[in-house]
Design a protein around this ligand. Structure first.
Ligand SMILES: [Zn+2]
Ligand SMILES: [Zn+2]
Ligand SMILES: [Zn+2]
Length: 489
C-alpha cells in the first residue's frame, strides 16, 4: 500500500530527463514537424522551439488529440466521429439529429425520421458531403465514427477497454423502404434504433440478459454506470477514463512482448512499463483537481466544496475500477493520480471546436449571394425555413469538447504570442489542433501561444493566468506592471 502511494507520487513528478527526451523525440518524429521540445527553457520548464523559419500564417504544426471527448451537453447538437470529431452522416442527418433530440414539435417528426434514415434528402445538401457513419467494433452505441480507420484507431487507443458492448441482442433492421438510396449506411438504422432504445426510460430493466456472454454483460453494466455518472456530474471523467485505459494498454503491450528482460523482479518490470506508458501525462498537474480548482464566487464554504469534489472523484474512480482495475499497476488507480488528470482537463486550455457544415448549408440557401439564384433559394426555403426556425439562433452550433494534445500542451504562454491555434474554414474540419504563425518566426525562437485573452488589461490577465498556476513574465506583462519585476509577485 505504501509502495503504491510512493509510486503514485512518482507519477506526479516531472519525468526523468532521458524518458522525457525520448518521448518528445517520438512525438516530433510521429508528427513530422520542424520543431524541438527543449526540456528546460529558462524558468518555464519545457517549451517548443522552431528549428526552421516560419512565415506569417504558416502552419507550424498540426496534431490529433491523444484523448478527447465531446461535451455531454453538445452530443445532441452535433453528430461527430468519436475519434477525430469530424461531422458525419449528412446535412439532413445532422439537422434531424438535433431536432429529434430537442423533441421539436414544429416539424413533422415523420419527415425528420426520413431525413435521419436518408430516405429524404435536403436540396443541394450533396454540395456538403459528409463521411458515412461507422459503428463501434464492439457494438456499443456510445461511440460512432467517420471511417473504419477511426473506429480501429479509437479501439486500439482506449475504447477496447471502455466499450460497453451491445446493449441487447442486435435489433432486427427494418427492411429498407426506399429503392434508390444506396448511400444510406447499412448499419445506420440499427445504430439509431439502438440509441433510441437507450434513451427510452424503463427499457433498461426489460432488456433480457445475453446468456452467451455473462461476464461481459457484467462489465458492460459497470461501464455504463461509470459513463452515466460522468454524464451527470462532470464529463471530464470520460477523458480521465481514456487516459487511464490508454496508459494501461500501452503499459501492457511491452509486458506481453517480453519488455525489460534486465529487470528480474516482476513488480519492477510492471513499474517500468507503467512509467513509460505514463510519459504523455507526466506533465499533468501535481495537485489534484479538488485542491487547485478556483472556488466559485457563490460558494461560501470552500472546504466543503473541495471535499465534495474529492468525494465525487473518489466515486467516479470506484466506478472505473469496477471494470478496469489492473493489479499490475496499482499506482495508476491512486486517487491522487486520478485527481491530477482531472486537474489537467479542468484547468488547462484544451478545447476542441469544429465548425458545423450546417451553418454553410443554411448560408447557401438563405444568405444573399449565398451561391443559389433567387428562384432556387425561394423554392429551397419552402423546405429549409421551418428547419432553420426550429433550430433557432444556435443553428450553427459546432462540436465542442475537451482534449489533450502532446505537443500543443508543451507550448508556453505569452501575452504577445508568435503563434495561435486556429481553425481554417473548410480546411480544418476535425478535432486536430492546428497551430499557425502569427508573425515570422526565426529558427531557435520559442513558439508561444496565448492561453487567455491577451488583449485584456494587465490585472485581468494576471487573474486569468492565476487559474493556470503561474504569473506571466512576458515583455508586455513586465512593461505593463509598471515596475520591472512586479509581474513576478
Ligand atoms: Zn474520424
Ligand atoms: Zn464501443
Ligand atoms: Zn504576459
Amino acid at each position: 500500500m505504501a509502495e503504491n502511494a510512493r509510486q503514485a507520487q512518482q507519477l506526479l513528478q516531472p519525468l526523468p530527463t532521458d524518458l522525457a527526451a525520448s518521448y518528445f523525440e517520438e512525438v516530433i518524429g510521429r508528427l513530422g514537424v520542424t520543431l524541438e521540445v527543449r526540456l528546460d527553457s529558462k524558468d518555464k520548464g519545457k517549451g517548443v522551439f522552431a528549428t526552421k523559419a516560419f512565415a506569417e500564417e504558416d502552419v507550424i504544426f498540426e496534431e490529433p488529440a491523444l484523448v478527447g471527448a465531446q461535451h455531454t451537453a453538445n452530443r445532441d447538437d452535433a453528430l461527430v466521429c468519436s475519434h477525430c470529431f469530424r461531422f458525419i452522416g449528412s446535412i439532413g442527418i445532422q439537422i434531424a439529429h438535433r431536432l429529434l433530440a430537442k423533441g421539436c414539435s414544429d416539424v413533422n417528426p415523420d419527415y425528420l425520421r426520413s431525413l435521419w434514415s436518408g430516405v429524404a434528402e435536403l436540396p443541394y445538401s450533396e454540395r456538403y458531403p459528409l463521411p458515412e457513419l461507422v459503428t463501434c467494433l464492439g457494438g456499443c452505441v456510445d461511440t460512432v465514427y467517420c471511417s473504419d480507420g477511426c473506429a480501429a484507431a479509437n479501439w486500439a487507443a482506449h475504447h477496447r477497454l471502455l466499450c460497453s458492448g451491445p446493449r441487447a441482442p442486435p435489433a432486427p433492421v427494418s427492411a429498407p423502404a426506399e429503392d434508390h438510396h444506396p448511400r444510406r449506411p447499412s448499419s445506420f438504422e440499427a445504430f439509431r434504433e439502438s440509441r433510441e432504445r437507450l434513451q427510452t426510460p424503463g427499457l433498461q430493466s426489460l432488456t433480457a440478459p445475453m446468456r452467451e456472454e455473462p461476464p461481459n454483460l457484467r462489465k458492460a453494466d459497470a461501464v455504463r454506470r461509470f459513463k452515466e455518472h460522468a454524464d451527470e456530474t462532470n464529463d471530464a471523467f470520460h477523458l480521465a477514463a481514456q487516459v487511464i485505459a490508454g496508459t494501461l494498454l500501452r503499459a501492457d503491450e511491452p509486458l506481453s512482448n517480453g519488455f525489460a528482460p534486465e529487470a528480474r523482479i516482476t513488480s519492477d518490470r510492471n513499474w517500468a512499463a507503467l512509467q513509460r506508458a505514463w510519459r504523455p501525462y507526466a506533465a499533468a498537474w501535481k495537485a489534484p483537481w479538488w485542491e487547485c480548482v478556483a472556488i466559485p464566487e457563490d460558494v461560501t464554504d470552500g472546504d466543503s466544496f473541495r471535499s465534495d469534489l474529492q468525494e465525487l472523484a473518489s466515486d467516479s474512480l470506484k466506478l472505473l475500477k469496477a471494470f478496469l482495475y489492473d493489479e499490475r499497476f496499482p499506482a495508476l488507480f491512486h486517487l491522487d493520480v486520478y485527481g491530477s488528470i482531472m486537474a489537467m482537463f479542468e484547468l488547462n486550455n484544451l478545447g476542441i471546436y469544429v465548425a458545423s457544415p450546417v451553418e454553410e448549408y443554411f448560408e447557401l440557401c438563405h444568405a444573399e449571394g449565398g451561391g443559389l439564384s433567387e428562384e432556387e433559394q425561394k423554392l429551397t426555403q419552402l423546405i429549409t425555413r421551418p428547419l432553420l426556425d426550429s433550430l433557432g439562433e444556435s443553428y450553427e452550433a459546432g462540436c465542442q469538447g475537451s482534449a489533450f494534445y502532446a505537443l500543443q500542451s508543451c507550448c508556453n504562454h505569452s501575452c504577445v504570442p508568435n503563434a495561435h491555434a486556429f481553425k481554417r474554414a473548410n480546411i480544418d474540419i476535425d478535432g486536430r489542433a492546428t497551430v499557425l504563425a502569427k508573425r515570422p518566426i526565426a529558427p531557435g525562437e520559442e513558439v508561444c501561444l496565448s492561453y487567455i485573452d491577451e488583449d485584456a488589461p494587465y490585472h485581468e490577465r494576471c487573474a486569468a493566468l492565476a487559474d493556470y498556476g503561474f504569473t506571466c513574465a512576458c515583455d508586455k506583462c513586465v512593461a505593463e506592471a509598471g515596475v520591472p519585476g512586479k509581474a513576478a509577485v
